[in-house]
Design a protein around this ligand. Structure first.
Ligand SMILES: *Cc1c(COP(=O)(O)O)cnc(C)c1O
Length: 341
């Protein structure tokens, strides 16, 4: 199969329209058979539920080429089950998890020419999402829904080398106790935009959010979970019901234990203790791990080891091991790598 003529190493993280996307419609209590379509536009009524009341959720995962030339995805079954959780919380119908994985496979196969080659650092980003589209004016869930997956090629995250991030402790909150912080809903992002723009204007890369009940514990950033490494080499990550359960973070915990023999702790992490940690990183599908060089808490700077490579030694080891598993250089745990073709 002929690849698209693209300078893979130099594409950024922006939407590029690809050939085919997957669509399935829910009506009268059932999902239809679903299909691939060339039509990248969606037409809906002005009163569509998603436009008025934001009844929508999404997922994000990547397809990429391994060292031996196979096209694969990483743990798409976990995206399927997380989207099912999001749908239940948003009163949307679950798209069956096996059909979700099948739709991912169909979308990647249909756009195989857009999957960047091994070694480019680029990948094909997949965006499954669902929304209520019939007309709703009184506040209630929609009756009709659409599930879609589109694909768009994205460039290497660390283009031009690793750059450690500077975060600030945000004065805004991300998620309320018993709210929606644990699901991947657009509404969590809509209300974070103000804080993101403000952080960028003040010269920070991202906001670190505290638990909104007590504002004493670290939760996560707007779009990535946070990990710390203690001075004696333990991996620590915050535990909270209002954190989005990152698949990358859950995978890293297992990699740390089973591949690197590290001790791991998932527990509450107080803001007051983070100056004791040696290393810090953000984890998510986009970068796997981005090293954090500094967290600024209202003028007080907390610095972390970033080594010579831009990543602390342990963060680098975790990064190399998980990306090695993803790229087919290390043997993955059973079920982690889904071969598409
Ligand atoms: C998607 C997301 C993450 C990262 O999850 P992955 O499954 O690792 O990509 C972390 N935090 C938030 C708020 C997210 O929306």
């Amino acid at each position: 199969m002929e690849k698209k003529n693209i300078d893979w190493s130099n594409i950024g993280f922006g939407y590029v329209q690809t050939d085919l996307r997957y669509v399935s419609n829910y009506k009268n209590g059932a999902w239809d058979d679903g299909c691939l379509t060339e039509d990248a536009t969606i037409t809906m009524n002005e009163c569509a539920c998603v436009l008025q009341y934001a009844q929508t959720c999404f997922e994000g995962l990547k397809a990429y080429t391994t060292v031996d030339g196979r096209i694969v995805c990483f743990r798409p079954d976990l995206n399927a089950s997380r989207m099912a959780d999001s749908c239940r919380r948003m009163k949307m119908p679950v798209f069956p998890e096996d059909r979700f994985v099948d739709a991912v496979v169909q979308t990647v196969k249909a756009n195989a020419a857009w999957v960047p080659p091994y070694g480019s650092g680029a990948s094909l980003y997949l965006r499954p999402y669902m929304f209520g589209y019939d007309s709703i004016i009184g506040v209630k869930p929609a009756n009709e829904f659409q599930f879609r997956i589109f694909a768009t090629p994205v460039g290497p995250y660390f283009k031009g080398g690793v750059r450690p991030l500077t975060l600030r402790v945000s004065d805004y909150d991300r998620a309320a106790p018993r709210g929606t912080g644990h699901i991947k809903a657009g509404l969590n992002y809509a209300m974070s935009l103000y804080a993101i723009v403000d952080a960028h204007e003040q010269g920070y890369d991202e906001n670190v959010y505290l638990d909104s009940a007590t504002r004493t514990h670290i939760e996560e950033t707007g779009g990535a979970n946070i990990i710390f490494v203690t001075k004696d080499g333990k991996l620590v990550t915050p535990k909270s019901d209002t954190i989005l359960p990152s698949i990358t973070r859950r995978s890293l915990l297992q990699v740390a234990k089973d591949y690197l023999g590290m001790e791991v702790e998932e527990r509450e992490v107080a803001l007051s203790e983070i100056s004791d940690f040696a290393e810090c990183g953000l984890c998510g599908t986009a970068a796997v791990i981005s090293p954090v060089g500094k967290i600024v808490d209202h003028g007080k700077e907390i610095c972390f080891n970033i080594g010579e490579s831009g990543m602390g030694d342990t963060v680098k080891k975790l990064y190399d091991t998980l990306t090695g598993i993803q790229m087919g250089k290390l043997t993955p745990p059973a079920g982690w790598v889904k071969v598409i073709e």
